[in-house]
Design a protein around this ligand. Structure first.
Ligand SMILES: NC(=O)c1ccc[n+]([C@@H]2O[C@H](COP(=O)([O-])OP(=O)(O)OC[C@H]3O[C@@H](n4cnc5c(N)ncnc54)[C@H](O)[C@@H]3O)[C@@H](O)[C@H]2O)c1
Length: 333
């Protein structure tokens, strides 16, 4: 078993990484049997069945799979059902699924009765290497991705890499975009390891490495006011493309294009493009420049005329550069 500790000013929790963890979760859960669970309707039923065989899940809420469910309306529907079901503050919410379930369930946990505990059981690579850790929770509005959100850390994160065996290749590769991002911003050795023909063989190590990088960054800057913004490499353009494509581009795919654009004048450009292509990730997307700029103007890292743009000039060393919003056009086609 691999363990990574996440420490912030007010919270400390453990991320456990272990094969078949889903089938042996009891030792890692708090003792109470007051659990409710949020998942989506596309995740193989075997994971839910295994968990509900081991602990008492009082109520379960299944959302329609996909980014379109990450809205305040879906959150509100679940909250209404939780009230009807008599869910009180001593219940623990389990988020079983990818980043969509994790972000939505975390958001509900942050606001339901002013906050209840929740546990992340991430089942996509993207959620295992990134979104399940660090406490960012949110829902989208039509005008802005992650527009409504809160910081709410899970009390535990239980990662079972076996769940990746049922994940579609496109979604696996989607998570690889975030892994590549970690290599670029913080770990050259990780970046170099990604050229292997069989990444699944080293996936536990890769997950633990990414989470450890995220934990280090979150420890230094929990609330995204400084160094944590490094995690947004490729995301300024990526988030805008994701929204522009009406979520036809998956999150990681949009970030892949965002990283490719941010790196287009860098020495490591060719190696990055090759790596992205190895994982079937896009390096370009057909977009309307004006529409994209409009979305970028509302980016959460934008302030008045300026924007904190994340740059990498040498693999493993990300940095934050404040640029004039207009200058983002240098990175666009
Ligand atoms: N909170 C954060 O820090 C953070 C960081 C990065 C991304 N995100 C968010 O994460 C979201 C994307 O997450 P995602 O890529 O996991 O997408 P997702 O949650 O939509 O999952 C992708 C698909 O995989 C299916 N699936 C999940 N686990 C499976 C399994 N084990 N086997 C088979 N199918 C499975 C789901 O049903 C879904 O259809 C975006 O909304 C993004 O904004 C959040």
């Amino acid at each position: 078993m691999k363990k990574v500790f996440v420490k912030t000013k007010h919270h400390t929790y453990t991320v456990y990484i272990q094969h078949q963890l889903i089938d042996n979760i009891v030792p890692y859960l708090p003792k109470e049997d007051n659990y409710v669970l949020i998942s989506d309707d596309n995740i193989p039923k075997q994971y839910y069945d295994s968990i509900s065989d081991q602990v008492t899940i009082r109520h379960s809420y299944f959302i329609k799979a996909g980014e379109q469910s990450k809205t305040i309306h879906v959150a509100n529907d679940i909250i209404e059902k939780m009230i009807e079901d008599g869910v009180t503050k001593d219940y623990v919410l389990i988020a079983l699924g990818g980043g969509v379930v994790g972000d939505l369930a975390g958001f509900i946990a942050s606001v339901y009765m002013r906050g209840i505990d929740y546990i992340q059981i991430p089942t996509t690579l993207l959620a295992q290497v990134d979104s399940s850790v660090g406490g960012k929770t949110a829902v989208n509005t039509p005008k802005m991705k992650n527009a409504i959100g809160a910081f709410k850390h899970p009390t535990k994160v239980l990662i079972d890499p076996e769940t990746l065996n049922t994940l579609e290749t496109r979604h696996f590769n989607n998570g690889m975009a975030e892994v590549i991002k970690y290599g670029l911003i913080a770990d050259k050795e990780l970046y170099n390891r990604l050229n292997t023909p069989n990444i699944l063989k080293i996936i536990d190590d890769i997950i633990a490495t990414c989470i450890a990088i995220k934990a280090r960054i979150v420890y230094l800057d929990e609330k995204d006011q400084g160094v944590r913004q490094l995690l947004n490499y490729g995301h300024t353009i990526g988030h805008a493309l994701e929204q522009f494509s009406e979520y036809k581009l998956l999150h990681g795919e949009a970030v892949a294009v965002g990283m490719a654009m941010a790196a287009k004048k860098q020495k490591f450009k060719d190696s990055l493009y090759k790596l992205l292509e190895n994982y079937n990730l896009p390096t370009t997307y057909d977009y309307d420049k004006e529409a994209l700029l409009k979305i970028i103007n509302t980016d959460k890292k934008a302030y008045k005329d300026n924007l904190n743009f994340i740059m990498v000039e040498e693999v493993g060393n990300g940095f934050i550069k404040t640029i004039n919003k207009k200058d983002i056009t240098h990175y666009l086609r």
